[in-house]
Design a protein around this ligand. Structure first.
Ligand SMILES: [Zn+2]
Length: 320
């Protein structure tokens, strides 16, 4: 699909004023080469009200089935305005801000929308980092930021990978982990970085298995007598860490619970990896595209459950 997006708020308002216009746009993003029935694979289908009816098996599919928009009571034009607002906020979005701009009665609704959109910011199976990548962990916490030792128990541990781009930083990935053991660190690296890449870490033993996982492992040991700090040895990942901490404190007042931290890490990653994009419309496009990118396993489950429930009746898939 040609990247099709509004260039400004006026265009957004004009193009996505109705439920039908939003659905048609989502359908182009979800099935860029045309509709394909999730049950029988048929490519013949016609629209029936807001659904697609398959010419092969007769089942009806909604373009929002299995996506963050499934079963929502909020009209799609409101969702589209939310996506626009989230992608045009330079530093990040808050539920309160979203509630105000959309004129929503309930804070809870804004909060829920924002969390769903954050979930869509990181696409499953996205490209892996390659080349040379710095990896390190850090603690992030709320008000106890900067206090020593014992209070670490109240902080969350986050592992971060930052791709080298000459002297600068390329793309990043991050994840909250329960501890800094190899059992926690290795799955993150394997999900984030392509095998064959060079991974630069400090001498922490949790990184030792990297060599046996298909990576070239470069270790920099911190020597007590030398005056170099960790941020000089791995400048990129430490720059990301300080930006992340500043963002959590600045935009979210540090008030992020561990339970929801992953959503915020996803939002930070989405914004950071697209920080050079001047075109906000492109960010909107990317977010909408990822919002309808459905994990096939989740989708299979939805189709399967619906077809069992709807025996004998016209079948519909997530018909909302
Ligand atoms: Zn079918």
């Amino acid at each position: 699909m040609v990247e099709e997006y509004p260039r400004n708020l006026m265009e957004l308002e004009a193009s996505f004023a109705s439920e039908a216009a939003c659905r048609a746009y989502l359908a182009r993003l979800r099935w860029p080469t045309g509709f394909r029935c999730p049950r029988c694979g048929s490519e013949k289908a016609w629209p029936v009200r807001s659904l697609w009816e398959c010419g092969g098996c007769g089942c009806q599919t909604s373009v929002t089935a299995g996506t963050i928009f499934q079963d929502t009571r909020i009209p799609l034009p409101v969702w589209f305005r939310a996506m626009w607002w989230v992608t045009t906020q330079k530093n990040g979005a808050s539920a309160l801000g979203l509630q105000r701009v959309l004129g929503l009665k309930k804070y809870k609704a804004a909060w829920m929308m924002l969390h769903k959109l954050r979930r869509a910011m990181v696409r499953p199976g996205r490209d892996l980092l390659t080349g040379r990548v710095e990896v390190d962990e850090c603690y992030v916490g709320g008000l106890e930021e900067g206090l020593p030792g014992r209070l670490n128990l109240e902080k969350a541990l986050v592992v971060i990978a930052a791709q080298e781009d000459g002297p600068g930083i390329g793309r990043i990935r991050m994840r909250q982990i329960p501890d800094a053991s190899a059992a926690s660190l290795m799955p993150f690296v394997q999900d984030a970085v392509a095998p064959g890449s060079v991974i630069h870490t400090d001498g922490w033993p949790g990184y030792l298995p990297l060599g046996s996982k298909g990576y070239e492992h470069e270790v920099t040991f911190l020597k007590r007598k030398k005056k170099k700090t960790p941020s000089e040895l791995m400048p990129r990942v430490h720059r990301v860490i300080s930006l992340l901490k500043r963002w959590l404190i600045g935009t979210h007042q540090g008030a992020v619970s561990h339970k929801h931290l992953d959503y915020y890490l996803d939002e930070f990653t989405f914004r950071f990896n697209r920080r050079r994009s001047k075109n906000r419309g492109k960010l909107f496009f990317r977010l909408a595209q990822q919002a309808v990118a459905v994990d096939p396993v989740t989708y299979y489950r939805i189709v399967h459950q619906t077809s069992r429930k709807a025996k004998g009746k016209p079948q519909s898939v997530g018909a909302t």
